[in-house]
Design a protein around this ligand. Sequence first.
Ligand SMILES: *[C@@H]1O[C@H](CO)[C@@H](O)[C@H](O)[C@H]1NC(C)=O
Ligand SMILES: *[C@@H]1O[C@H](CO)[C@@H](O)[C@H](O)[C@H]1NC(C)=O
Ligand SMILES: *[C@@H]1O[C@H](CO)[C@@H](O)[C@H](O)[C@H]1NC(C)=O
Ligand SMILES: *[C@@H]1O[C@H](CO)[C@@H](O)[C@H](O)[C@H]1NC(C)=O
Ligand SMILES: *[C@@H]1O[C@H](CO)[C@@H](O)[C@H](O)[C@H]1NC(C)=O
Ligand SMILES: *[C@@H]1O[C@H](CO)[C@@H](O)[C@H](O)[C@H]1NC(C)=O
Ligand SMILES: *[C@@H]1O[C@H](CO)[C@@H](O)[C@H](O)[C@H]1NC(C)=O
Ligand SMILES: *[C@@H]1O[C@H](CO)[C@@H](O)[C@H](O)[C@H]1NC(C)=O
Length: 398
Amino acid sequence: MAILAVFSLLSLLLVAGASTARPPQACPALPRSLPAPTDLPIIEPLPDPWTFFNNASVKSPEDWACRKAELLTLVQEYMYGYYPDHSRETVSAVRNGTALSVTVSVGKKSGSFNVTLSMPTSVNATRRHPVPVVISAGGVNDTVFLGSGIALATFNVGDVAADSFTPGGAFWDLYSGEDIGVITAWAWGFHRILDAIIQEVPEFDQKRVGVIGCSRDGKSALAAGIFDERITLTLPMSSGLEGIAPWRFQFQEFGENEKITNITGYAPYWTNTNLLKFVNNSHQIPFDTHLNVALVAPRAIIWDEGEVDYWTNPEGEARVTFPAAEAVYDWLGASDKIGVAIRNSSHCDISGYTNIQAFMLKQFFGTPTERDYTDISPYTTYPSAYPWLEGASTKKQA
Ligand SMILES: *[C@@H]1O[C@H](CO)[C@@H](O)[C@H](O)[C@H]1NC(C)=O
Ligand SMILES: *[C@@H]1O[C@H](CO)[C@@H](O)[C@H](O)[C@H]1NC(C)=O
Ligand SMILES: *[C@@H]1O[C@H](CO)[C@@H](O)[C@H](O)[C@H]1NC(C)=O
Ligand SMILES: *[C@@H]1O[C@H](CO)[C@@H](O)[C@H](O)[C@H]1NC(C)=O
Ligand SMILES: *[C@@H]1O[C@H](CO)[C@@H](O)[C@H](O)[C@H]1NC(C)=O
Ligand SMILES: *[C@@H]1O[C@H](CO)[C@@H](O)[C@H](O)[C@H]1NC(C)=O
Ligand SMILES: *[C@@H]1O[C@H](CO)[C@@H](O)[C@H](O)[C@H]1NC(C)=O
Ligand SMILES: *[C@@H]1O[C@H](CO)[C@@H](O)[C@H](O)[C@H]1NC(C)=O
């Protein structure tokens, strides 16, 4: 009980800033001890965002703070592992021009990694005229960002946590042996870079901060958006399973979609060990990725996907995850903060960056765009995934 209470409190601290927060004692409680994965109820369609774990209804946006806190616990328990307690960490940063070095200490342990800063080409950033920044796990099409007045802060995820069965990197220097997924470790890296930016890079605007990555780094960009309310724009590219692809619905008529069984074979360390127990039991996961996306709300998110990138389940991301997550954004009055950018090409294709550009410029600068980023064509909706949206236009109005 004590432990869960702490988790709920931490979750509420994470959502602090949401004006809708209400005291934790008013929230429906999760069980003292959360069930093992195989003991969870089977839920065939996507879990209803408006139903608490104890089956009580989420009636108002005020209730959403409670549902959000509960979901933050569930995604950590069954997928990401528990995000480290940042209050125990000390972050220090050393800057030399465009080189930024980040050191995080916990007690006697410490871990370091490096970041490269790239200034926009079209504007001169200063403390008085700070520019938005996108923290990037790896290279992008620089022109889309730097050419539009947006800075980049780029790092190698491997320096934060090795993409390997053998733990290595700054995160594991601090948290060796903990049952936390490497996706979460990488997300933590994005956040510690933001801490360092706040200390040492006054040219960057702390209120306009994006996170981006492709493929496995896209999975971590989504996690970075979930676990830190300072992230104002989340940009997962070609993220697939453990990213935006739904657990429950696969569309394999043109090509195979990645499954938990596959990940178990080559990268079980991306998540905690609980997630792997859902092999063949995806319908028992008490959330689906529409709820991971909803955890970012009402902050902005857009994801990129390629139609012929079958392994990442692009149909599922567009037909299943998008409409279900969009319903929550609509209900929270944040309809213009969610988008999807579909292109007819493959995994991590560079045209993806140009494809998301107008959405990003709208979020960062208010630049109008004619493009409808809620358009899921060439796909259509998949109503059997979200039966709880039937008649929702009246029921789900805030
Ligand atoms: C909620 O309802 C479902 C479906 O009836 C059931 O399987 C599940 O056990 C219930 N959950 C709780 C916590 O009572
Ligand atoms: C800063 O970087 C420059 C190269 O850009 C290098 O010459 C210089 O030695 C560095 N200074 C420190 C203190 O590391
Ligand atoms: C970070 O950069 C510094 C200066 O170039 C270098 O000495 C150090 O080894 C780098 N650290 C890591 C973790 O790569
Ligand atoms: C930025 O500063 C440089 C050097 O002072 C100047 O040449 C350039 O015109 C400035 N660019 C903008 C967009 O203000
Ligand atoms: C993925 O896992 C499924 C189910 O175990 C298996 O049939 C398939 O061959 C795997 N695909 C790849 C590319 O490994
Ligand atoms: C999952 O199902 C596949 C195919 O039916 C089977 O071969 C495999 O052993 C199952 N895995 C687990 C962990 O139950
Ligand atoms: C997408 O591209 C493939 C070839 O890469 C082509 O066969 C298909 O017709 C294209 N689909 C659309 C909707 O343009
Ligand atoms: C990079 O982005 C710019 C601006 O959107 C675009 O004109 C260019 O074609 C892109 N380059 C590639 C290789 O996609």
